[in-house]
Each structure stands twice: as structure tokens, then as C-alpha cells.
Design a protein around this ligand. Structure first.
Ligand code: ADP
Ligand code: MG
Length: 324
């Protein structure tokens, strides 16, 4: 298979019709029709083999995750996904790998009605870059800088699962060995993140600020604080724990996975106290767990505290490329 056959295969397997795509894959550029009165939310993320997924990850999971991490960024803005671009760098063309990749990418693309409208194909070490575009009514995006002192901190899902999944893949010794089912669950959370698109849309007009948690809850929460000029107080005892995660970790390890583990792709939001009931109802309608875990306050940085308010020496870090 050559480059052009590959592009045709990608087009065939990932094609989705949308009437706001005047011209998709096949010309020098795509022609897209943005909506009147809406802003275009645009985001890009790269997955590099050996950095963002371990060698041996199934091609389906790589395709799924390459789109999922991007849709997660749109979710965090409260944007409705529409279009994607895909830059594929491959060491060689393996038809089976490509079919698996496209099936994973295509499955999630269909779920969210995202049209793949173009991309680029090059030879080199395995890396995948996806750009996504979504719509948000003018001024309605969930930005990082909209938190206010007194806002409550909420998080979706169960942060830490994916980090425990990665520990399983890497053959790390867990405090307690997972059962077969628990291992499956944790691996699924690592390899098939579910972007919280419906929740992001439902929180428009309710949450003051949002971010998607990809590099560790504590670090990403700190980004909202920094952009909003606030500090954050995080209650360790309120962090939601999935049953499988609780079964494999001890207290210390759990906290490390929950606060500093990567790959969660959950949403972390600031909710003004008077809109908490509305926010909870919105999350319920989406069928997504949504837990209050702390408060924004004047100051800076993230403090992790126990139920009695005493500070906990908690894992600070998160994932950072080029960290010293
Ligand atoms: P050019 O050389 O003019 O940049 P290409 O041969 O790179 O054109 O691309 C031809 C068409 O195929 C374009 O519409 C481009 O967007 C699309 N395309 C190339 N690679 C991919 C890919 N990996 N996924 C989706 N579309 C692709
Ligand atoms: Mg090109």
C-alpha cells in the first residue's frame, strides 16, 4: 500500500457525512462552513509512541485515543465537536495496523458525528497528531479564567484509574494484585478514555471555568487557579474512587494516582455555590459521576487537606514534557 491508497483507506473507513463540509478529503484543502453566531473552538494534540502510549498498544486503542484526547479538549471548552484533521507519521504502512487504527478512530468519530476532513501522511517514527474543531455560541465557552473565590471544585468520573491501568501495562507491582476483571477495567480506562463531551455541553452557563484532566488532577486544577488568579483547596477524603482502584491501591498509592496520574480525561470545573444543584442535575442527565472535591479561594497554588482541614503532604507533580 502506498501513500495514496492509505489516504483512500482512511477516507473510506472514517468518512462521515456532514452538511457543513463542502469539500472533504481529496483536494488541497477542505472547505468548511462555520455557523453564524458561533465561535470555532480549535485544538490539537499529538500522541507519540513510547511517550503517550506504551509499545504494544492495540492499533484500535491508539486510533480511539488520538481522537478522544482531542474531543476531551473540546468538552472542556463546552464546544460541540464537528471536524477533525489527522496527521499520521508511520515507520511503514501495515494494512492490518491501519485498519485497526481507523476502526478505533472511526468508532469514536461516528459516536460524536465528527467528520475527518483532511490530514497529512509522512514516514517516520510512529506519531499521530489530530486537530479538532467544534462550535460554541459566542461568549459561552468554558474557559480556565472564569473561576471566582468561593466556587466549588467538581470533577467528573474517577481520576486515577488510568494511571493504575498504566501501572498494570508496565508490569509494576501494585499494592494489591488486581483480579482479572479489575485489570480489564483499569486497562480500558487507560486505552479507551471517554471524552466528557455531553457534560461539557451541559455545563455551559452553569460552570464558571473548566479544564480537562490529562496530566494529573492537582496540576490541571492548578491551571484553573493560575488563570483565574486563585488558590485551590482540595479535600483528599472527597476524591471519588472507583471500586477497582480502591481494591488495588493502598492509601498513599491511591492519592498519588488520583492527584498526579495522567490520562484521566475527566472534566474539572469551578461551580458557583448557587449553581451546584443545576450542575449536579446536568451531570445526572449525562449519566456521569460528578463529585465536589474542594473550593477555590483567594491566594495561589493547590493545597490538599484532610477532612479536619489539616494539610496533607500530597504528590504535587503531574506529567510535564521537558521537565528537568
Ligand atoms: P498535498 O500534497 O497537496 O498536501 P496530500 O497528498 O498530502 O496533498 O493529501 C491529499 C488529500 O488527502 C488532502 O485532502 C489531505 O487533507 C488528505 N490527507 C492526507 N493524509 C491524510 C490523513 N492521514 N488523514 C486524512 N486525510 C489525509
Ligand atoms: Mg499534504
Amino acid at each position: 500500500m502506498g501513500e495514496f491508497a492509505l489516504i483512500e483507506e482512511v477516507r473510506r473507513r472514517c468518512a462521515i457525512a456532514r452538511d457543513d463540509v463542502a469539500l472533504g478529503i481529496g483536494d488541497d484543502a477542505a472547505l468548511l462552513q462555520p455557523r453564524d453566531g458561533e465561535e470555532l473552538a480549535v485544538s490539537m494534540d499529538t500522541l507519540v509512541a513510547g511517550v503517550h502510549f506504551p509499545p504494544g498498544t492495540a492499533p484500535f486503542d491508539i486510533g480511539w485515543k488520538a481522537l478522544a484526547v482531542n474531543l476531551s479538549d473540546l468538552a472542556a471548552m463546552g464546544a460541540e465537536p464537528a471536524w477533525a484533521m489527522l496527521a499520521l507519521t508511520l515507520p511503514s504502512i501495515d494494512a492490518d495496523w491501519l485498519a485497526g487504527f481507523c476502526d478505533g478512530f472511526g468508532a469514536l468519530a461516528r459516536e460524536h458525528r465528527v467528520a475527518l476532513v483532511g490530514g497529512d501522511t509522512t514516514r517516520g517514527p510512529l506519531a499521530i497528531t489530530v486537530t479538532v474543531h467544534g462550535f460554541v455560541p459566542r461568549g459561552a465557552a468554558l474557559r480556565r479564567d472564569g473561576a471566582r473565590a468561593g466556587d466549588r471544585i467538581f470533577v467528573s468520573g474517577h481520576p486515577g484509574d488510568a494511571a493504575a491501568g498504566l501501572a498494570c501495562v508496565l508490569g509494576a507491582t501494585l499494592p494489591r494484585a488486581p483480579s482479572g476483571d479489575d485489570r480489564e477495567y483499569l486497562l480500558q480506562r487507560l486505552n479507551r478514555p471517554v471524552p466528557r463531551v455531553s457534560l461539557g455541553l451541559a455545563l455551559r452557563g452553569i460552570a464558571g471555568a473548566a479544564i480537562d484532566v490529562s496530566d494529573g488532577l492537582s496540576q490541571d486544577l492548578g491551571h484553573i487557579g493560575a488563570r483565574s488568579g486563585l488558590g485551590a483547596i482540595l479535600r483528599a477524603d472527597r476524591l471519588p474512587v472507583s471500586a477497582p482502584l480502591a481494591r488495588v491501591g493502598d492509601v498513599e498509592q491511591l492519592l498519588r494516582w488520583q492527584l498526579a496520574g495522567g490520562d484521566d480525561y475527566e472534566l474539572c470545573c469551578a461551580v458557583p455555590p448557587e449553581r451546584i444543584a443545576q450542575a449536579r442535575a446536568a451531570a445526572d442527565r449525562c449519566g456521569i459521576a460528578f463529585t465536589e472535591i474542594g473550593t477555590f479561594d483567594h491566594g495561589s497554588g493547590v493545597r490538599v487537606v484532610a477532612a479536619d482541614g489539616s494539610e496533607i503532604a500530597a504528590p504535587r507533580g503531574g506529567w510535564e514534557h521537558f521537565a528537568a
